[in-house]
Design a protein around this ligand. Structure first.
Ligand code: TRH
Length: 383
């Protein structure tokens, strides 16, 4: 099949994940599949914070071969050319009515896919790629699910990601250059370097108390987010880039929000990564370093099912003690059970095991389908 021309639509509901996933998908399709991609985003400012080459004040710009466009969202009346061969709405953000009508009038309708949210739950494989008829218009939309099993579309992963990661992790020069860019001191020998990206979290102060009191030095690097205001009362002052804070064995440094590629490098450089949502969660798995996931909190605690489903898959190849410690800490971090310092100590007893497991897990996932490839294959089977 000829690569053709694809339109991707993204609504930033909150935070960075919507734009983060849309950008990653657009970039892989453009750079690895030679597809002409237009990316419509209703908040260019958010996109620009993860991709600094994007100018948030400009509509219509080419970055990494992607035609980046501003739009007003599915209910706005923007004039959008209905000439794409493939249309994707990220996380089911919806498309403008005028575009849907124009799609029905094309001699050959575009393939319309909804790129879905990630879950490790087992129902995903049986729902992936199913068609759904539009309630009023003669259009079909397919539901495309990322996931952790062969029956799903898999996860987004750039072709050269592992070779870049491995080159970084084996190069002292590359790591030193990252710490310089972040204006941070390189962690000393034996120090546990931790990145901390999370939502508002009741367990945070229990954790920093445990870090301050333990025997091993902890260097905690905190990008902007809920952790900054949450740590302020504990620190007795604001957390800001350039103003490190020490208590006992714990050194905390805030960093500004960094470009998506530098965030990858931070994950590669740390010994443990606290991540959240979807995209940082996946990137931490590719980093092949132990991770703790904070799931996006959902109504009626629906996210707890997602946490347990992930823990069941991730813990399968761990020895029983390690799986229990990991599960207990992760569930407390997600507010399913109370957090205690002992849970942290239990987790650290298995840090070396978790480290080996993280690499094996990344290799295991690498054998599954890759999301952009799955999508390109799915489309090529239909046009
Ligand atoms: O930011 P998130 O919480 O995003 C989302 C959204 O809330 C979204 O509505 C919801 O659907 C989804 O979670 C489940 O977390 P996430 O998914 O990890 O996205 C963060 C993005 O920001 C990711 O692409 C990595 C990037 N990032 C940087 O580029 N630089 C940084 O410094 C940091 C901390 C993150």
């Amino acid at each position: 099949m000829k690569p053709g021309h694809w339109d991707i639509f993204c609504v930033v509901v909150d935070n960075y994940g919507d734009a983060g996933v849309a950008w990653r998908l657009a970039r892989e399709l453009a750079l690895e599949h030679g597809i002409a991609v237009r990316l419509y985003c209703d908040r260019l400012r958010t996109l620009a914070s993860i991709v600094p080459a994007i100018d948030a004040s400009r509509d219509g710009q080419s970055v990494d071969g992607i035609d980046v466009r501003a739009w007003g969202g599915p209910s706005a009346n923007d004039a959008i050319d209905a000439d794409a061969d493939v249309v994707i709405d990220i996380f089911g953000c919806g498309l403008p009515e005028s575009l849907l009508v124009a799609m029905t009038q094309r001699p050959r309708q575009p393939v319309w896919n909804n790129a879905e949210h990630l879950s490790a739950e087992s129902w995903v494989a049986s729902t992936h790629a199913l068609p759904s008829r539009h309630p009023r218009l003669p259009l079909v939309r397919y539901f495309f699910f990322p996931g952790f099993s062969a029956g799903t579309a898999g996860l987004l992963r750039e072709r050269d990601l592992f070779s870049r990661r491995d080159a970084f992790q084996s190069s002292e020069v590359a790591r030193a250059s990252l710490w310089r860019r972040l204006r941070l001191p390189p962690p000393g020998p034996g120090t546990l370097a931790v990145s901390l990206f999370c939502y508002a979290n009741h367990s945070l102060t229990v954790l920093v108390d445990a870090w301050a009191e333990q025997s091993r030095e902890v260097f905690c690097i905190v990008p902007p987010g809920a952790a900054w205001p949450a740590l302020q009362p504990w620190m007795g002052g604001p957390l800001q880039p350039g103003r490190p804070f020490r208590r006992g064995r714990l050194l905390i440094s805030a960093i500004p929000f960094v470009a998506q590629d530098d965030y990858d490098a931070l994950l590669w450089a740390c010994d443990l990564n606290f991540v959240r949502g979807e995209d940082s969660f996946v990137r931490a798995q590719w980093a092949a370093r132990p991770l703790v996931w904070h799931a996006y909190p959902q109504a009626e605690d629906a996210h707890r099912l997602k946490v347990d489903a992930f823990l069941a898959r991730y813990g399968k190849a761990l020895p029983a003690g390690g799986a229990d410690a990991y599960r207990a800490f992760s569930r407390a971090w997600n507010d399913v059970t109370p957090m205690y310092a002992d849970l942290w100590r239990g987790l650290m007893d298995f840090h070396a095991t978790l480290d080996g497991h993280a690499r094996a897990w990344a290799q295991e996932l690498e054998r599954l389908p890759e999301f952009a490839n799955s999508l390109a294959q799915f489309v090529s089977d239909r046009v």
